[in-house]
Design a binder for this molecule. Sequence first.
Ligand code: NAD
Length: 452
Amino acid sequence: MRIVMLGAGYVGLVSGACFAEFGVDVTCVDPDERKLSRLRDGVMPIYEPGLDDLVARNVAAGRLSFASGLPECEAGPDAVFIAVGTPSRRGDGHADLTHVYQAARDTAAYLTPDHFTVVVTKSTVPVGTAREVGRIIREANPSARFATASNPEFLREGSAIGDFMRPDRVVFGTDSEEAVSFLRALYRPLYLLDTPIVQTTLETAELTKYASNAFLATKVTFINEMADLCERVGANVQDVARGIGLDGRIGRKFLHAGPGYGGSCFPKDTLALIETAKRAGSPVRIVETVVDINNRRKRSMASRVIAAAGGDVRGKTVAVLGVSFKPNTDDMRESVALDVIPALQAAGAVVQAFDPAAMEEAGRLLPGVTWAEDAYGALNGACVAVILTEWNEFRGLNFRRAGQLMERPILVDLRNIYKTEEMAKTGFAYYSIGRAIENGVPGEKRNPDGHE
Ligand code: NAD
């Protein structure tokens, strides 16, 4: 089997490398020359655990290669996957399909009448896009022999390879029997693991991806609202989450209260679903509310930090631990850091930050931040520290050392990675999410022996 993957980003590169690992001959095409030259040098353009080894192994085996355009690729692949970006369009927030349609036009020019090819949209795209991709190709190249399919991707950054290799399910939609045979053969290694396959129509597959992300965003937002309520009524959101999550109908995942969801998918996909639903005359009001609550929540987080510091951070140093939207990725898209840090700076704070992977990208997006070499460098001289991303290396901070470095030992833990009892022994004033309220500052009860 031979396939071409259009786009060598998080999804294209990971799925391309994983298909190669299945024994498929894969060429990843990306017009981004910088990305391509790094890949050819064995340097990963993204931070994703295990990806460098997977790519190196498959390149060495001759199953994975890179190209800057389809004309460089051998003719007659069994499939062309479209895995290009679909960001939010300015204005209405609908998915910007410029790259997808460009990929369709590129594909049209590349397909030949003597070989059947399945054109698969793997990008997250609104209902109707795969049919439009088919229309574009047919119009531009009427003699091309092809069928379209939708095969949305559910991998998560940070655990992308495991998610791809052992997914909860594979969803694909198509009208073509030939495309079904191809996709079943391609995913055969997963059949051996008894992975459920949801085979459906193009429209259903496209909507399933949006419904999935919107549901998860709703779950996160629900527990975040419960966290706010816990703070008001003296309850503990982690126990509430456990208490409801153990119910098999609810499930324990995605019930971690925090500063609001971010990332490359939930924010844009919820907006795109809202637009799709509006246009179809069937608004998704729950999702509209989720988006509104989440935006407000992210914007409000800086005020928690300022309140914990005593209400004024003018001229003071604030330490920020973690800026990527979640751990194990360098992805900064819609990260809460992009809300919190500028708001702290606007309040007059000097922000000193550290992230294990995202500082290169964050440096471009967050001017005026002093980037430290490690967590302790960020804590040095700070009047308050805030954990924005739950990287493992922040889970075992040496609070003695941290307390000596900081001007005042105050920690705002927006990811609830520490336990109250543990923090009570450290001498830190500790504020977290959804675990009681004191002195008008949401968060954990203060340590009576604390420095505050
Ligand atoms: P990305 O921005 O990391 O990568 C997209 C790549 O496509 C870029 O490298 C870009 O240069 C390339 N590209 C643009 N136009 C092209 C063209 N005509 N031909 C070939 N390559 C082209 O994006 P991503 O995060 O990989 O997301 C891709 C799609 O997958 C999106 O629709 C996204 O919603 C979806 N998705 C993403 C994730 C995730 O965790 N990132 C998970 C599931 C689904």
